[in-house]
Write a protein that binds this ligand. Structure first.
Ligand code: FES
Ligand SMILES: [Fe+2]
Length: 326
């Protein structure tokens, strides 16, 4: 008997999912990433656009991520020299004769937004139905990123954190969590704003609290951004959580943080470092819960919980394969 799935929904939803940080993909290089139970090779074309292709050459099966090279706008197979462009079309062959008509590779829709290379994944192969907006602006610090590899979790579960208001106190140590703007669902985008207070005694500031407003923007289950206004310090920060399924059981998480620059450069550097370290530590506080929890279809909710039900309804649009099966 096959093992029971941990979740009552598919492990690989539709949406945009991160494959690499922009810096991890320099021009002229071919890199391989794992996602959705397979490998995907990435390279940049001559214009610098990131491209993503299935890895196995249709000629005789060589893996383009092992010895493949970038030639102009295409990637050249290390085995016999077939060349494929960013659309997966074979544009040249190393041997004599015509290009075989079936010499083609599956290509993935790629975008590069705010320093991360994302691809569109759809379980039944539909084209992108929404886009991810850029949030990064002039006057903000360069995004700092951290990658956490192989967690036993699901993108729906990691994103549920954004609306799970009760956990902020118990897992992260915030106080007085209050909704500022209720949940709002606009097709693939979910927004909610809440305020919280945090005790600063761990930073040696006993009896002091910092008060922040968190403006959450979820763009599908793989991509969320939180804009945080910290009134106490008069700072604005923004954090990203990008979650990608590696296979049916595991995900990789990438977290980014940036801050609006202050007049004082040194202060900006110090505070943005604090913000980043704090953010990384906060995300890690959730891991033990995510990796070991059960998903409950009928959770016993109480008044202080956030809009878990509305969030789960929002999630359904990213499982077209489930709708098809119903
Ligand atoms: S296997 Fe790629 S060119 Fe032959
Ligand atoms: Fe959390």
């Amino acid at each position: 008997m096959p093992a029971m799935s941990r979740y009552p929904f598919p492990s690989q939803p539709a949406g945009w999912f991160g494959l690499a940080l922009s810096d991890e993909l320099p021009a002229g290089e071919v890199i391989t990433r794992e996602a959705f139970g397979q490998e995907i090779v990435l390279f940049r074309d001559e214009a610098g656009n990131a491209r993503a292709l299935d890895p196995f050459c249709p000629h005789l099966g060589a893996h383009l991520g092992h010895g493949g090279t970038v030639v102009g706008d295409s990637i050249k197979c290390p085995f016999h020299g077939f060349q494929f462009n960013g659309q997966g079309k074979c544009v040249a062959i190393g041997t004599s004769g015509k290009i075989p008509p079936r010499a083609e590779l599956r290509s993935w829709e790629v975008r590069e937004v705010d320093g991360i290379v994302i691809v569109w994944h759809h379980p039944t192969g539909e084209p992108p139905s929404f886009e991810i907006p850029s949030y990064h602006q002039e006057g903000w610090t360069d995004l700092m990123w951290h990658t956490w590899g192989r967690l036993k979790a699901h993108p729906q579960e990691t994103s549920e954190n954004s609306v799970d208001l009760a956990h902020f106190k118990h897992v992260h140590g915030y106080e007085d969590v209050a909704i500022v703007k209720p949940i709002e669902i606009d097709d693939a985008t979910l927004r909610i704003s809440y305020s919280m207070k945090r005790d600063l005694s761990s930073l040696g500031m006993v009896g002091q609290f910092v008060e922040s407003v968190f403006n959450v923007r979820v763009h599908g289950l793989g991509y969320s951004v939180v804009e945080v206004d910290v009134a106490t310090f008069n700072t604005e920060t923004r954090t990203y959580v990008i979650c990608t399924p590696l296979n049916d059981d595991e995900v990789i998480l990438r977290g980014g943080a940036t801050m609006k620059k202050m007049a004082n450069e040194q202060m900006t550097e110090q505070i943005s470092k604090l913000v980043f370290d704090g953010f990384v530590a906060d995300v890690e506080q959730d891991f033990a819960i995510w990796e070991n929890k059960a998903y409950l279809t009928r959770p016993v909710l109480s008044e202080g919980d956030g809009p878990i039900g509305a969030y789960r309804k929002y999630c359904r649009q990213f499982y077209p394969q489930q709708d098809a099966a119903e």
